[in-house]
Design a protein around this ligand. Structure first.
Ligand code: NAP
Length: 500
């Protein structure tokens, strides 16, 4: 639903906030003047409006980013570091405001936004701000004849496209390394969750980031995303989102020979062996399945349990999931909030029906939540849902649902579970629960994915490589990988004697 700029709207007497683009240091509406309604998932009603931009706005933003590039790319690492550190500080100074905006926009519990999403965004800026102060470059002496040394240059204007599930967390995970290495950028957050990107633009203004270094263009993937990936002056694309979209991004970027990094979907296994410490494996599997209402690419939505402990584990898991407090995301005690959109709610419902059609048995959940409170009666609430009795190759066990649904499947031995775990098109992450170190090492080596957590889940060190294999993506983010992606290497070869 689009509204024209300037049209007055109010909800309960409250002026609806407009979230505008951030281009060349200014907050500007889309050139068309159009806005999209931004729905609060917990209430199902519009509470803000976001610029409905298109290729014209992307063109203006690219021009701004190009104009800013020469000066920004020539600043010293120390200067860029200070700039990014002040952005981190600017977010931290307004942490509560950011956390509330993220919770309202996504439906996630405010405690999660306050303790995970926003602190991680701050950490992303601090991490890359300091990482660039400690880089090394390679040098090679060629048999006494020449000295080679490698320079790394920023790529140019970076296109950064992110999804709705971890809005500021993922946006900052791209913006920070792109800017730290001397690129300028056009960022496109999901139009479903634009609020914290709007606040970040305010922080960039407050901290006087030079105009055009970061530009944020709001709107749909169909208009803004495609315009960024196809723009000939955007030199690289860092994309996080679904696998189908990732394929389109790759197709659009390929004719321009752009550097592309794709962080895509997952259908991750949680594997619980009989030697596992169930006191940690049970809550670990529950958290892996249902954190952020199951809307984390790394969620463990397929839980494999060794047959001899299957019954006990299942009972304990159901008991643990029953205790998850579903509620208004703004309530401090809530552990499970609303799904991001009505479409996501319907999709989740459809997979419960599909599970039944495929012969599955509901162990827990499976029905929309009863009304939470008056404010939330039209919200998109769906409970943690556990399903059993499905074969590993059925659609529910093969397709990414990206909602609070997990399946439980027994297995008998290592070889069988590694085969089943690898038996989807995806390969993002896995978690393995065992007290047997040899088993942990064997199984980790056999799993086809970018990250294996052993006796933990989502323990993150920003220095490690992060990404997926198969349909879960191309390339790696994190630490040195991100610094490499956002720079091009150039070798300089200097002869060491006249005879060369
Ligand atoms: P999505 O539909 O693929 O969208 C991701 C972003 O791409 C959004 O900003 C979207 O805009 C934009 N977009 C859509 N079509 C585009 C196009 N043709 N060209 C360029 N950009 C386009 O994904 P989502 O539903 O927002 O997020 C959920 C998915 O992200 C899941 O599959 C999840 O696993 C994945 N994810 C992966 C990771 C990871 O690190 N591997 C992390 C988080 C999420 P619109 O909002 O307008 O569609």
């Amino acid at each position: 639903m689009a509204f024209k700029c300037g049209r007055t709207r109010s909800h309960g007497g409250v002026q609806v906030k407009h979230i505008n683009n951030f281009i060349a240091g200014e907050m500007v509406p889309a050139q068309s003047g159009a806005y999209l309604a931004n729905i609060e998932p917990a209430t199902g009603t519009a509470y803000s409006e976001v610029a409905d931009s298109d290729a014209a706005d992307v063109g203006t933003a690219v021009n701004a980013a190009r104009a800013a590039f020469p000066a920004w790319s020539q600043t010293t690492a120390a200067v860029r570091s200070r700039r990014l550190l002040s952005i981190a500080q600017g977010i931290e100074n307004r942490l509560e405001e950011f956390a509330r905006a993220e919770s309202i926009d996504t439906g996630k519990p405010i405690s999660l936004a306050r303790n995970l999403d926003i602190p991680r965004a701050i950490q992303n800026f601090r991490f890359f701000a300091t990482a660039i102060l400690h880089t090394q470059s390679a040098a090679h002496v060629t048999d006494g004849a020449a000295l080679n040394y490698t320079l790394r240059h920023p790529v140019g204007v970076a296109g950064l496209i992110t999804p709705w599930n971890l809005p500021l967390y993922l946006l900052s995970w791209k913006i920070a390394p792109a800017l730290a290495t001397g690129n300028t950028a056009i960022a496109k957050p999901s139009e479903l969750t634009p609020m914290t990107a709007g606040l970040l633009a305010e922080v960039c203004q407050e901290t006087e980031l030079p105009p055009g270094v970061l530009n944020i263009v709001h709107g749909t993937g169909a208009k803004v995303g495609t315009a960024i990936t196809a723009h000939p002056q955007v030199a690289c694309i860092s994309f996080t989102g679904g696998t189908v979209t990732g394929k389109r991004v790759a197709q659009s970027a390929a004719p321009h020979f752009k550097k592309v990094s794709l962080e895509l979907g997952g259908k991750n296994p949680t594997i619980v062996f009989k030697s596992a410490d169930l006191a940690s494996a049970v809550p670990g599997a529950a958290r892996a399945a249902f954190a952020n209402q199951g809307q984390v690419c790394l969620c463990g939505s397929r839980i494999f349990v060794q047959a001899s402990i299957y019954e006990e584990f299942t009972e304990r898991l159901v008991a643990s999931v029953q205790k998850i407090r579903i509620g208004d995301p703004l309530d401090e005690s809530t552990q499970h909030g609303a799904l991001v959109s009505h479409a996501q709610f319907e999709k989740t419902m459809s997979y419960v029906q599909l599970a039944k059609d495929e012969g599955g048995e509901l162990l827990y959940g499976g029905q929309p939540c009863p009304t939470i409170n008056d404010r939330c009666q039209n919200g998109f609430f769906f409970p943690p849902t556990l399903i059993t009795g499905l074969p590993a190759d059925c659609r529910v066990n093969q397709e990414e649902i990206f909602g609070p649904i997990a399946t439980l499947t027994p297995f008998s031995n290592e070889a069988e579970v590694v085969d089943a775990a690898n038996g989807t098109p995806y390969g993002l992450s896995a978690s393995v629960w065992t007290q047997d170190l040899g088993q942990a090492q064997r199984v980790s080596a056999g799993l086809e994915c970018g990250t294996v957590w052993v006796n933990c889940w989502l323990t993150r060190d920003l220095r490690v490589p992060f990404g997926g294999v198969k349909a879960s993506g191309v390339g790696r983010e994190g630490g040195a990988e991100a610094l490499r992606f956002f720079t091009e290497s150039k070798n300089v070869c200097i002869a060491m004697s006249d005879s060369s």
